[in-house]
Write a protein that binds this ligand. Structure first.
Ligand code: ME8
Length: 498
């Protein structure tokens, strides 16, 4: 089976922040889990480089737009290996191949009769690069997101006949209720469509920083149409000399934040229908990371820099915190105190200590060789269901539930240590077989948890599995007794207390 997962492509006119890291890590957890299942995976992320906000930012800095994006895009490109995400390609919408594909697909939409010329007059937010309805503009004509004054725009535009797709989109939501996930976001998309769709601007003619409209030189495509097509265009040129479109299109999951729901659940499927292209299976809309009660972001000026946290605590700790602290699909507050608390209680204590003491006991009582013993059947039964459970949760992008299923096992293994008290068994030579069983069961339990947890903590589970001399991370190894049970190495603390 093929599995294609995407993140939004990020605007390059500000620095990457924790919100960008959040969507990207989530996609990485899903991609890595699918690879563990042996699926054919493609994971895409990238940058959104056209549009008026970029042109305006370049002007402020005295650069050309191309100079600005070439200066800023590397910050996002470099973020990916720092986050240890396993993206298969990084798209930049200034790539010539992307631009050609945008012209091709939008040209097809025009040939199919869904484009007409007209005059746009209305409210526009240059920060959102989005036109606002009168209801959104309100009486004070402020952007509802940025609280900045909207500008009154009047210009010749090409329009996309979005209104013609109202019934098709409702039918899509009826027939594919998990097209938009989770349910509360489905309801939001549905009521937006039911409230009546207006045609939308497909091009802009007051600036030039964009993909040229091939049939009219005075226009560039409206940045959102250019940006959305990245999900489709990337497949055609990510591998030189090879077109991956048939192999991976349609995508299984677009992961996005709730700020861009309208574009992905209304504009995007309508565009694809207009072009005669297959629709993605799911758009999963996650919530916002909050600082206190406010959305964290560049506009609010409260953005947390992910690089600082990773410098101090490491990449795994950041990945783990974000995936565990905020239930995927809902808003959730993040803070440095919350980060430290979870690091200490779950990574250092629950997981790190379990690993250290299990390995230390094998060295103390059995000279570093895991005994070949019967495993505890009760414990084995509880651990063996884990991989299946986690896959089921991740198929619904319920990353928090998957994380909790794993953590139940981590806690279970810690209880097992306390219940069995290997240090007492070790004092009584007559109970050597029991001690063998406890040690072998603990090592196997720890190994299985390490395999299943690999997408969350790729680096530290790699170290752990290496020490256990069982580096395989395929999910078919996530069963008790699939491990090697031989000599194991010592292990430095995985999550040292700062
Ligand atoms: O909207 N909490 O780019 P962008 C959680 N280029 N996620 C957050 C977040 C927060 N506080 N802040 C940002 C754009 N994000 C367009 C997208 S896609 C074809 C074009 C994440 O740089 C979240 O995924 O403003 C959100 O949707 C995205 O960053 C917006 O990034």
């Amino acid at each position: 089976m093929s599995f294609y997962v995407t993140t939004p492509i990020y605007y390059v006119n500000a620095a990457p922040h924790l919100g960008h890291a959040y969507s990207t890590i989530a996609a990485d957890v899903m991609a890595r889990n699918m690879r563990q299942r042996g699926e054919d995976v493609f994971f895409l992320t990238g940058t959104d480089e056209h549009g008026e906000p970029v042109a305006l930012a370049a002007e402020r800095e005295g650069l050309t737009p191309q100079e600005l994006v070439d200066k800023n895009a590397p910050r996002f490109v470099d973020l990916m290996p720092r986050l240890n995400v396993s993206n298969d390609f990084f798209i930049r919408t200034t790539d010539p191949e992307h631009k050609a594909k945008v012209q091709e697909v939008l040209g097809r939409i025009r040939e199919n009769g869904h484009v007409y010329e007209g005059v746009y007059e209305g409210w526009y937010c240059p920060r959102c690069a989005d036109f606002k309805t009168d209801a959104e503009a309100g009486e004070d004509h402020l952007c509802p997101i940025h609280k900045l004054p909207l500008t009154r725009e009047k210009e010749d535009n090409y329009f996309f006949r979005l209104s013609a797709f109202q019934d098709d989109l409702l039918k899509l939501l009826d027939e594919q209720p998990d097209f938009v996930m989770p349910r509360h976001r489905y309801n939001e998309a549905r009521s937006f469509i039911e409230s009546g769709l207006q045609d939308v601007s497909l091009s802009r003619s007051t600036f030039t920083w964009g993909v040229p409209v091939p049939w009219d030189e005075g226009h560039v495509f409206y940045v959102w149409f250019d940006a959305l097509l990245n999900y489709y265009s990337a497949l055609s040129y990510a591998r030189p000399g090879e077109d991956l479109t048939d192999r991976f299109w349609p995508a299984q999951f677009h992961l996005i934040g709730k700020d861009i729901l309208k574009f992905h659940t209304v504009f995007w499927p309508a565009m694809l229908l207009a072009a005669g292209l297959p629709l993605p299976e799911h758009v999963f809309v996650h919530g916002f990371l909050l600082i206190g009660k406010d959305k964290m972001g560049k506009s609010a000026g409260n953005a947390i820099d992910p690089f600082n946290i990773m410098d101090e605590y490491g990449t795994d700790a950041l990945r783990f915190y974000l995936m565990r602290e905020v239930s995927f699909g809902h808003d959730g507050a993040v803070s440095e105190e919350g980060f430290r608390a979870r690091y200490e209680s779950e990574l250092a204590n629950d997981f790190g200590n379990l690993a250290s003491r299990t390995i230390a006991m094998v060295h103390r009582y059995r000279d570093g060789v895991v005994p070949r013993a019967e495993l505890d059947p009760e414990l084995a039964a509880e651990i063996d269901g884990l991989a299946g459970e986690v896959c089921e949760q991740l198929d619904r992008a319920d990353i928090a539930a998957a994380g909790e299923a794993i953590w139940m096992r981590v806690r279970r293994l810690n209880r097992y240590v306390e219940e069995q008290a290997p240090w007492t068994l070790a004092k009584d030579p007559a109970r050597a077989n029991e001690l063998d069983t406890v040690l072998a069961s603990l090592v196997e339990g720890l190994r299985v948890v390490g395999v299943v947890l690999h997408p969350w903590l790729p680096e530290s589970t790699g170290k752990l599995l290496g020490a256990l001399d069982s580096p395989q991370v395929e999910l078919e190894c996530a069963r008790m007794q699939a491990g090697r049970l031989g000599a194991i190495s010592k292990l430095e603390p995985l999550f040292p207390k700062p």
